[in-house]
Design a protein around this ligand. Structure first.
Ligand code: THU
Length: 141
Protein backbone atom coordinates (compact mmCIF):
# COMPACT_ATOMS: atom_id res chain seq x y z
CA UNK A 1 0.00 0.00 0.00
CA UNK A 2 1.35 3.36 -1.06
CA UNK A 3 3.07 5.20 1.83
CA UNK A 4 0.68 4.03 4.53
CA UNK A 5 1.32 0.68 6.17
CA UNK A 6 -1.37 -1.81 7.05
CA UNK A 7 -0.36 -1.40 10.68
CA UNK A 8 -0.86 2.37 10.54
CA UNK A 9 -4.33 1.87 9.02
CA UNK A 10 -5.21 -0.66 11.74
CA UNK A 11 -4.04 1.81 14.39
CA UNK A 12 -6.27 4.50 12.89
CA UNK A 13 -9.21 2.07 13.04
CA UNK A 14 -8.35 1.31 16.65
CA UNK A 15 -8.27 5.01 17.51
CA UNK A 16 -11.66 5.47 15.84
CA UNK A 17 -13.13 2.64 17.94
CA UNK A 18 -12.59 4.81 21.00
CA UNK A 19 -15.50 6.94 19.80
CA UNK A 20 -17.81 3.94 19.52
CA UNK A 21 -21.29 4.46 20.93
CA UNK A 22 -22.15 0.90 21.89
CA UNK A 23 -23.95 0.82 25.25
CA UNK A 24 -26.07 -2.16 24.15
CA UNK A 25 -23.55 -4.59 22.67
CA UNK A 26 -20.41 -3.14 24.28
CA UNK A 27 -18.76 -4.10 21.00
CA UNK A 28 -16.47 -1.19 20.17
CA UNK A 29 -15.65 -1.08 16.47
CA UNK A 30 -13.63 1.39 14.43
CA UNK A 31 -12.95 1.61 10.72
CA UNK A 32 -10.31 3.44 8.71
CA UNK A 33 -10.78 3.91 4.99
CA UNK A 34 -7.68 4.89 3.03
CA UNK A 35 -8.76 7.14 0.18
CA UNK A 36 -6.99 7.51 -3.17
CA UNK A 37 -5.85 11.02 -2.16
CA UNK A 38 -4.00 9.54 0.83
CA UNK A 39 -6.49 10.79 3.40
CA UNK A 40 -7.84 8.35 5.97
CA UNK A 41 -11.54 8.61 6.77
CA UNK A 42 -12.47 7.02 10.08
CA UNK A 43 -15.70 6.11 11.83
CA UNK A 44 -17.05 4.15 14.78
CA UNK A 45 -20.20 2.08 15.26
CA UNK A 46 -23.18 4.02 16.56
CA UNK A 47 -25.94 2.05 18.26
CA UNK A 48 -29.50 2.95 19.12
CA UNK A 49 -32.01 1.80 21.72
CA UNK A 50 -34.05 0.71 18.73
CA UNK A 51 -31.39 -1.88 17.97
CA UNK A 52 -32.01 -2.18 14.25
CA UNK A 53 -31.02 1.44 13.72
CA UNK A 54 -27.44 0.66 14.67
CA UNK A 55 -24.87 1.73 12.08
CA UNK A 56 -21.64 -0.22 11.74
CA UNK A 57 -18.27 1.51 11.75
CA UNK A 58 -17.21 0.52 8.26
CA UNK A 59 -20.51 1.47 6.64
CA UNK A 60 -20.30 4.83 8.37
CA UNK A 61 -16.75 5.34 7.09
CA UNK A 62 -17.87 4.72 3.51
CA UNK A 63 -20.85 7.08 3.84
CA UNK A 64 -18.64 9.71 5.45
CA UNK A 65 -16.04 9.46 2.66
CA UNK A 66 -18.69 9.70 -0.06
CA UNK A 67 -20.14 12.73 1.71
CA UNK A 68 -16.71 14.36 1.65
CA UNK A 69 -16.52 13.80 -2.09
CA UNK A 70 -13.97 11.02 -1.75
CA UNK A 71 -15.04 8.23 -4.08
CA UNK A 72 -11.85 6.22 -4.69
CA UNK A 73 -10.29 4.01 -2.07
CA UNK A 74 -7.17 1.96 -1.57
CA UNK A 75 -7.86 -0.07 1.55
CA UNK A 76 -10.15 -0.53 4.54
CA UNK A 77 -9.22 -1.55 8.07
CA UNK A 78 -11.70 -2.62 10.73
CA UNK A 79 -10.86 -3.04 14.41
CA UNK A 80 -12.91 -4.43 17.29
CA UNK A 81 -11.73 -3.69 20.80
CA UNK A 82 -13.93 -6.29 22.47
CA UNK A 83 -13.16 -9.52 20.66
CA UNK A 84 -10.15 -11.83 20.83
CA UNK A 85 -10.73 -12.89 17.20
CA UNK A 86 -10.85 -10.90 13.95
CA UNK A 87 -14.33 -9.38 13.49
CA UNK A 88 -15.45 -9.37 9.87
CA UNK A 89 -17.89 -6.89 8.31
CA UNK A 90 -21.57 -7.86 8.36
CA UNK A 91 -23.41 -8.73 5.16
CA UNK A 92 -25.04 -5.32 4.84
CA UNK A 93 -21.66 -3.60 5.13
CA UNK A 94 -20.13 -5.92 2.54
CA UNK A 95 -22.78 -4.84 0.07
CA UNK A 96 -22.31 -1.14 0.85
CA UNK A 97 -18.52 -1.40 0.57
CA UNK A 98 -18.88 -3.22 -2.75
CA UNK A 99 -21.04 -0.41 -4.12
CA UNK A 100 -18.05 1.92 -4.12
CA UNK A 101 -14.85 -0.11 -3.82
CA UNK A 102 -13.20 -2.32 -6.42
CA UNK A 103 -13.27 -6.04 -5.79
CA UNK A 104 -9.49 -6.00 -5.60
CA UNK A 105 -9.39 -3.50 -2.72
CA UNK A 106 -7.71 -4.95 0.37
CA UNK A 107 -9.76 -5.24 3.57
CA UNK A 108 -8.09 -5.90 6.91
CA UNK A 109 -9.91 -6.78 10.10
CA UNK A 110 -8.88 -7.68 13.61
CA UNK A 111 -10.11 -8.05 17.13
CA UNK A 112 -8.27 -6.46 20.02
CA UNK A 113 -4.87 -7.60 18.68
CA UNK A 114 -4.18 -5.76 15.42
CA UNK A 115 -1.48 -8.31 14.59
CA UNK A 116 -4.02 -11.15 14.62
CA UNK A 117 -5.81 -9.90 11.55
CA UNK A 118 -7.38 -11.25 8.41
CA UNK A 119 -6.19 -9.74 5.15
CA UNK A 120 -8.70 -10.19 2.36
CA UNK A 121 -10.39 -8.28 -0.47
CA UNK A 122 -13.82 -6.84 -1.22
CA UNK A 123 -14.40 -9.56 -3.86
CA UNK A 124 -13.57 -12.32 -1.41
CA UNK A 125 -15.98 -10.87 1.13
CA UNK A 126 -18.68 -10.22 -1.47
CA UNK A 127 -18.32 -12.57 -4.44
CA UNK A 128 -20.55 -12.80 -7.51
CA UNK A 129 -21.27 -9.08 -7.27
CA UNK A 130 -23.51 -7.98 -10.12
CA UNK A 131 -22.54 -4.32 -9.75
CA UNK A 132 -18.84 -4.95 -10.36
CA UNK A 133 -19.81 -7.10 -13.36
CA UNK A 134 -21.76 -4.12 -14.70
CA UNK A 135 -18.79 -1.82 -14.05
CA UNK A 136 -16.55 -4.20 -15.96
CA UNK A 137 -18.86 -3.91 -18.92
CA UNK A 138 -20.00 -7.50 -18.80
CA UNK A 139 -23.61 -6.53 -19.32
CA UNK A 140 -23.03 -3.97 -22.06
CA UNK A 141 -24.43 -4.82 -25.46
N1 THU B 1 -20.30 -3.88 14.17
C1 THU B 1 -19.57 -3.04 13.38
O1 THU B 1 -19.60 -1.82 13.56
N2 THU B 1 -18.81 -3.59 12.42
C2 THU B 1 -18.60 -4.93 12.26
O2 THU B 1 -17.86 -5.33 11.38
C3 THU B 1 -19.30 -5.88 13.14
C4 THU B 1 -20.37 -5.30 13.96
C5 THU B 1 -21.05 -3.30 15.30
C6 THU B 1 -22.52 -3.21 15.12
C7 THU B 1 -22.99 -3.22 16.57
O3 THU B 1 -22.90 -1.91 17.11
C8 THU B 1 -21.98 -4.08 17.28
O4 THU B 1 -20.84 -4.10 16.45
C9 THU B 1 -22.44 -5.49 17.57
O5 THU B 1 -22.85 -6.14 16.43
Amino acid sequence: MENISVEKLMIEAKKASEYSYSPYSHFTVGAALLCADGEIVTAANVENRSYGLTICAERSAVVKAISLGKTDYKALAIYCGKADYPVSPCGACRQVISEFADGSMPVYFSGVDINNRVETTVAELFPFDALSEMKNGRYEE
